[in-house]
Design a protein. Structure first.
Length: 328
């Protein structure tokens, strides 16, 4: 089933010397390449990964798991991988579940498959109440933005077809999980969630990404808003315009009713001025939305051009080609 597909496994790692060896050694034998992206580790992560036979991608300094993921994507394409699986280096995932993730891609049922910790209630991992609620809220937000129900948009255990890898265009340094969902969903890639059982807590240390929930929430929301800005700019302006229009209608209705009853605006002249300003701002915003939406078409053409360039570089040559850096 897997012999006709070249498969790579990408493992971003930052100071994971206690778990990286077992993660590498449990990767199934049908995997062609195990790539460890050493994201500026200061412990023995690099040496241990090299001893276990992994292909190393080194960041001199810690750039963030989002940057590490992009490096893994680029290297997988350079290796002409048909499928790329990414998984965390902390040992929370069962490597045997890689089979479950790549099957929908091989069967042409999906371009992007993600492990889901919350789709099956029987598989709910043990985690703090606040992390559980945060994950569910993030999934609700992404589901509403893309118009399709998802249960887990933050899991770091996923599989991608070559087409999905070529289409990806990510910018986030801090993380990649939610941005990947938005980027591929907005581009019409088929996405499948596969329920898996994972360990809810790390065996060693704390998460480098989600250890500070407030910072994690801020960073992920920033990435989501930027992605929404790039792909759904008119929706953003429509929301702002509708908000101010509603304020204008409410204030205007109050002013009109008050004037009809008492034949003057005092002492609520400010309400009438606020209504006029809000309605005017609403009209200007929706007009700006129409104008700025033109840039979305330009972005679409740029994305298509970048996709074609990637195909030329990574598919036709089937070998590493030195090219200027670009965002993956």
């Amino acid at each position: 089933m897997f012999k006709n597909n070249k498969i790579s496994v990408v493992i971003p790692a930052y100071n994971e010397e206690k778990s990286i060896a077992s993660v590498i050694l449990t990767v199934p034998s049908f995997v062609d390449h195990v790539l460890v992206v050493n994201d500026g580790s200061t412990d023995q992560t690099t040496e241990i990964a090299k001893e276990r036979g992994a292909i190393l991608i080194n960041h001199v300094i810690n750039k963030g798991v989002g940057a590490a993921f992009r490096s893994g994507v680029r290297k997988s394409l350079e290796l002409n991988s048909d499928i790329m699986v990414n998984m965390d280096a902390d040992g929370q995932f069962n490597s045997e579940d890689i089979t479950k993730l790549i099957e929908p891609i091989i069967e042409k049922r999906a371009d992007f498959v993600t492990a889901s910790r919350f789709k099956n209630p029987d598989f709910y991992p043990q985690m703090s109440r606040i992390k559980f609620i945060g994950n569910r809220l993030m999934s609700w937000l992404i589901s509403n933005l893309v118009g399709q129900k998802y249960y887990d948009v933050s899991c770091g255990f996923r599989a991608y077809s070559k087409e999905a890898l070529l289409r990806l265009n990510l910018f986030g340094e801090f993380t990649y999980t939610q941005e990947t969902f938005l980027d591929l969903a907005f581009k019409g890639m088929s996405i499948v969630e596969v329920p898996v059982l994972v360990r809810g807590t790390r065996e060693y240390g704390q998460s480098k990404v989600a250890s500070n929930l407030f910072n994690y929430t801020y960073q992920t929301l920033k990435i989501i808003l930027r992605t929404l800005r790039d792909y759904r700019i008119f929706k953003v302006f429509s929301f702002i315009s509708s908000f101010f229009l509603l304020i204008g209608v409410v204030f205007g209705s109050f002013s009109l009713i008050y004037y009809l009853r008492f034949n003057f605006f005092s002492p609520y002249k400010w309400v009438a001025f606020a209504a006029g300003f809000s309605i005017l701002f609403s009209l200007l915003t929706i007009m700006a939305g129409f104008i700025i939406d033109i840039f979305s078409r330009i972005r679409y053409n740029q994305e298509e051009t970048l996709y074609q360039i990637k195909k030329i570089i990574f598919l036709k040559n089937n070998q590493r080609v030195d090219t200027p850096d670009y965002k993956l």
